[in-house]
Ligand binder design. Structure first.
Ligand code: SF4
Length: 361
């Protein structure tokens, strides 16, 4: 939270900042609105540039607060235009963010933790284990730093996904504050429809996500149609099996137009059998959802195989014919290790990775 003796301004959402400014400087709430606009919307870090604030107050703010950016350690640009950013944090930890280029838009994928505790067997981040949660300023700092970089190219992005390193709902409070900042119309002003939080299925946190009205859409990695296979792929399924997860999703308060995204990483011979294809519609029956089939990215080097394109197309056709809005998400940025399941920093990449598929057979 602090940089030297200064407090990090990006760690406050608007309501918290208003309370902070009142307590510390006895200032009215509009000062929080001014600061949110300057640091989030206009991306200004130097208080002397905040021209609608009187000079003595600007100086007091400069003494009290800092405005964070992570250090850009490396930027790689894929053949398909996807950009991967390696950021170094103040304690030396490294995280990655990816600006994904799609034909009609740019989407930023951000990290929420250094490493991850969930241990999903198809994911390279899992190999790092959990080092620590990111603070809110480290989450929002990724967004601002990539905006700074993209602005130089005249680019802008309108979608953000929490699908980088980490399980976002395992870092609930800091992610929720980041979501509120992203949604604040004085700040980033992203509609909740344009921000997606992807979870491996942490049931109590999903319930809380619904209770607090988090301003984001939810995506859930299902990835299997039987508890045996899902537990082998996603160990927390043992604690919160498919039936419990689905009951929780059914109980989420959604508007009539909201849909939960069901992600299904397709692993040849593991979760893509005809029996899976028969069971999946029954599991999702009655749930307001869309299905995202994700062909496994073999470059992740974890021993799984991607099903054939024809097989994936058959799944899509069958699910569409059963009335499910179903898309296939092909990975972007595979040549720079920016694709789904490939995010892991250099030190973890150097670890030897055994063939894990045997453990699932
Ligand atoms: S898939 Fe997501 S939740 Fe699972 S280990 Fe990887 S980062 Fe963590």
């Amino acid at each position: 939270m602090a940089s030297g003796s200064r407090v990090e301004l990006l760690d406050f959402d608007r309501a918290e900042l208003a309370a902070e400014l009142e307590e510390r400087f006895n200032l009215p709430a509009f000062r929080a609105r001014q600061l949110i606009r300057w640091v989030h919307k206009r991306r200004v870090r130097d208080f002397s540039e905040m021209t609608d604030i009187a000079k003595p107050l600007r100086e007091a703010f400069g003494d009290a607060y800092s405005v964070y950016r992570p250090e850009l350690a490396e930027r790689q640009i894929s053949r398909d235009g996807t950009r991967k950013y390696l950021f170094r944090l103040e304690d030396g930890s490294e995280i990655e963010s990816v600006l994904i280029k799609q034909p009609d838009r740019l989407t930023l994928c951000v990290s929420s933790q250094v490493g991850c505790a969930m241990g999903c067997k198809f994911c390279r981040t899992a190999l790092m284990k959990l080092k620590r949660n990111l603070a809110t300023h480290e989450i929002i700092g990724q967004v601002l730093a990539v905006q700074d970089d993209a602005a130089e190219l005249g680019l802008d992005f309108h979608n953000i996904v929490f699908m980088g390193m980490g399980e976002p709902l395992h870092n609930f409070d800091n992610v929720l504050r980041a979501l509120r900042l992203l949604n604040d119309e004085l700040g980033h002003d992203f509609s909740y429809r344009k921000v997606t939080v992807s979870t491996s299925g942490l049931v109590p946190a999903i319930e809380r996500f619904g209770q607090v009205g988090a301003p984001a859409s939810l995506a859930v990695s299902l990835n299997a149609t039987s508890d045996d296979v899902r537990t082998a792929l996603i160990p927390i399924n043992k604690k919160w099996p498919i039936e419990t997860l689905m009951r929780t999703l059914h109980e989420l308060p959604l508007s009539s137009t909201q849909r939960i995204t069901i992600e299904y990483v397709m692993l040849a011979g593991v979760n893509d059998t005809d029996a899976d294809l028969q069971r999946l519609p029954g599991i999702l029956h009655g749930l307001p959802c869309k299905i995202n089939l994700i062909p496994y990215n073999e470059n992740a080097g974890l021993g799984f195989k991607r099903p054939s394109t024809q097989h994936i197309a058959r799944w899509q056709d069958r699910l569409l014919s059963r009335g499910f809005n179903t898309t296939v998400r092909w990975s972007k940025g595979e040549d720079i290790d920016a694709a789904c399941g490939q995010l892991a920093t250099q030190s973890s990449r150097q670890k030897r990775v055994g063939d894990r598929s045997a453990a699932l057979s």
